[in-house]
Design a protein around this ligand. Structure first.
Ligand code: F6P
Length: 354
């Protein structure tokens, strides 16, 4: 069997910082060391269905293009974060490319869709986990999470100054549909007083008690509440809006929490709401995400070289390793366990976690 390979690479799902750094690591290692041919597939399955591909080689990509990929956010291969119904076209598009293997950089949803396609089409698939939600199972870290935690932490710090000047409660709504890892980690790192996540029901009375205690004990007249977009109201409902394309999206829980705090405190607490939105997915990857992306990219190429397919690279106990994609998908999204040590640490520090 020849060692020469024709390798495909794509990014799928919502973007995040560090995707380009994975692409860079895969490209340089596959081209420089293995002398393989690398084909980029734009827009994930949509690109496959439409038969699009980009040859990624030193003729088309000079070092001026490859080097900055380490630090540029987003993805040069573009992405889509909705399922593509054209299964037959996707499978036909893939066949036409004549690839020996495919490296897919995606979150749990994208990796599940791509694995199903891989099984049907006989693709040799290797996954690389990415998501600011950090909810891919069997990996302690996904590419993009660390940068997002840093971005939110910085925002909380900045907001605490203005909150302090006006004795206000600042409610900061962050991403996290079902997983509260981002809110929990950034909430602790950014000094939040209350952290509301989808996995743990909160009580508005509990939040208000915490804010009042801070006033009584520390004579601090401002507070920061971080709330994940998927946190539920007291009655268990989520807050949504319908975008112009008719898609129902999460937004509004921050505003709701603010109104409830004002109501319960009989308007004594003045609130302001900040929805951080896609700034959390923007910017340049942190040093940790660059390192993780580089290790993941290199290891994904190693798996292809060893013909170890249907696997995902993973970060466990401070080291890069690989796990079975089947196991990752069977486990579903990795949510915050209410008994997690980080939840206990937050509570021990006096933070309200709901
Ligand atoms: O999956 C990551 C994520 O950031 C979620 O936390 C968020 O709900 C979603 O993407 C938003 O995606 P978009 O607005 O790009 O469709």
């Amino acid at each position: 069997m020849s060692n020469q390979k024709r390798l495909g690479i794509l990014t799928s799902g919502g973007d995040c910082p560090g995707l380009n750094a994975v692409i860079r690591a895969v490209l340089t290692y596959a081209i420089e060391t293995h002398k393989w041919e690398v084909i980029g597939i734009p827009y994930s399955t949509q690109g496959l269905a439409q038969g699009q591909s980009i040859p990624l080689n030193t003729q088309t990509l000079k070092f001026r293009v490859i080097d900055p990929l380490l630090s540029t956010g987003g993805t040069i291969l573009k992405s889509i974060n909705k399922g593509s119904p054209q299964e037959a076209e996707i499978l036909a598009g893939y066949r036409k490319l004549g690839l020996d293997a495919l490296i897919a950089i995606g979150g749990d949803g994208s990796l599940a869709i791509l694995r199903t396609l891989a099984q049907k089409g006989g693709w040799n698939l290797v996954g690389v986990p990415k998501t600011i939600d950090n909810d891919v199972a069997l990996t302690e870290r996904a590419v993009g999470f660390d940068t997002a935690v840093n971005t939110v932490t910085e925002a909380l710090e900045k907001l605490s100054f203005t909150a302090s000047s006006h004795d206000r409660v600042m409610i900061v709504e962050v991403m996290g549909r079902t997983a509260g890892h981002l809110a929990l980690n950034a909430g602790i790192a950014g000094g939040a007083d209350a952290i509301l996540i989808p996995e743990i029901p909160y009580s508005i009375e509990g939040v208000c008690q915490k804010i009042n205690r801070v006033r009584e004990i520390f004579d601090r007249h401002h507070a920061i509440v971080i709330v994940a977009e998927g946190a539920r109201t007291v009655s268990g409902d989520s807050k949504t809006y319908t975008d112009p394309s008719g898609e129902v999206r999460l937004r509004g829980i921050g505003e709701y929490v603010a109104q409830e705090i004002c109501h319960v405190s009989k308007q004594k607490l003045e609130c302001r709401v900040m929805v951080l939105g896609h700034i959390q997915r923007g910017g340049s990857p942190s040093a940790f995400d660059r390192l993780l992306a580089s290790e993941f990219g290199k290891t994904a190429v190693d798996l292809v070289a060893q013909e170890q397919y249907d696997r995902m690279v993973a970060w466990q106990c401070g080291k890069v390793t690989s796990v079975s994609l089947e196991d990752v998908i069977a486990k579903g999204a990795a949510l915050v366990n209410p008994n997690d040590s980080l939840v206990q640490i937050a509570r021990a520090l006096g933070i309200y976690v709901g």
